[in-house]
Design a protein around this ligand. Structure first.
Ligand code: AMP
Length: 278
């Protein structure tokens, strides 16, 4: 596995590979890797000749400084996991490589995609995500990019980013990898203590309640019941059903066939998100 910290060195290597008609798959991450990330690497390896994984804790997508400060950073373990997974290239830039003109973001308005749910509760979050993903796409120029459905709204924002800037990259969505009790794997789970870890699964239990009863009971009732389930152990920030493509709200009881139920909830000091496709 080649490890690069400098943009120009990574680009020189990738140019040589592309000159030999090799396809490049890209997996952007913030590290503290787990099997969810490795699933993305596996998918990339299956469909591309070269797999590039980036590990960069992007300061501009954190809307709380304490979350950024406490975000787990495990570069040695990450390197070992990527090596074991057969990743070809690891890109570990520092902030000056990604933000050569200083750390700031552009502002983007993709309507409900950037304005609702995560966009509403984490102001500026998607400006940071779009800025860093656009920059990373420009550096790596991948043929395919692999993103996890765990961050479903992010996937749809990135899809929009690609069409908005006519970027020549194909987005591949990878299903959420879960622990045996159903909790979605997440780097932030490392920050949960034993009791919190047991409570955390209630976000998924609540979402399953929505999946079970949507269309059978009034939507408002189903969402209320789901929030009550989550709130027995967690502090729910939102639980909602939206159109999976536009993120427009769904007010009727005839929910769309392309619906998605999403939730965010606090488990102690850790903010969990999860979703299920309906
Ligand atoms: P992160 O390091 O949290 O920014 O995540 C990097 C990528 O891994 C994103 O595309 C995430 O959606 C994806 N990812 C994170 N957790 C999971 C999971 N449990 N299953 C599948 N993909 C995941």
């Amino acid at each position: 596995m080649f490890i690069f910290t400098q943009t120009h060195e990574l680009q020189r290597y990738l140019q040589q590979q592309k000159a030999q008609s090799r396809t490049v798959g890209f997996v952007p991450t913030m590290g503290a890797l787990h099997q969810g990330h490795i699933r993305l690497i596996d998918q990339s390896k299956r469909s591309c000749s070269i797999t590039v994984c980036s590990v960069f804790v992007n300061p501009t997508q954190f809307n709380q400084q304490s979350d950024f400060d406490h975000y787990p950073r495990l570069p040695e373990k990450d390197t070992a996991m990527l090596l074991a997974a057969g990743c070809d290239v690891l890109f570990m830039p520092d902030a000056t490589e990604i933000y050569p003109d200083g750390i700031h973001t552009a502002q983007y308005d993709f309507g409900a995609l950037t304005g609702t749910l995560e966009g509403f509760f984490r102001p500026g979050h998607f400006d940071g995500v779009i800025t860093v993903v656009k920059r990373l796409f420009e550096i790596v120029q991948p043929n395919y990019a692999f993103f996890g459905q765990k961050d479903f709204q992010q996937c749809m924002v990135v899809k929009k980013l690609i069409t908005h800037f006519s970027m020549p990259v194909q987005l591949q969505l990878v299903p959420t990898v879960r622990e045996s009790d159903g909790l979605a794997m997440s780097s932030r789970n490392l920050r949960l203590n034993e009791k919190e870890r047991a409570d955390a699964v209630y976000i998924y239990t609540a979402l399953q309640h929505v999946r079970t009863f949507i269309g059978k009971r009034p939507l408002a009732q189903v969402l209320h019941e789901a929030a009550e389930i989550a709130n027995t152990r967690l502090k729910t920030e939102y639980i909602a059903v939206v159109d999976a493509t536009t993120f427009d709200s769904v007010n009727t009881d005839t929910y769309p066939t392309q619906g998605v139920a999403l939730a965010a909830a606090w488990c102690g000091n850790v903010r969990l998100i999860d979703n299920v496709l309906l």
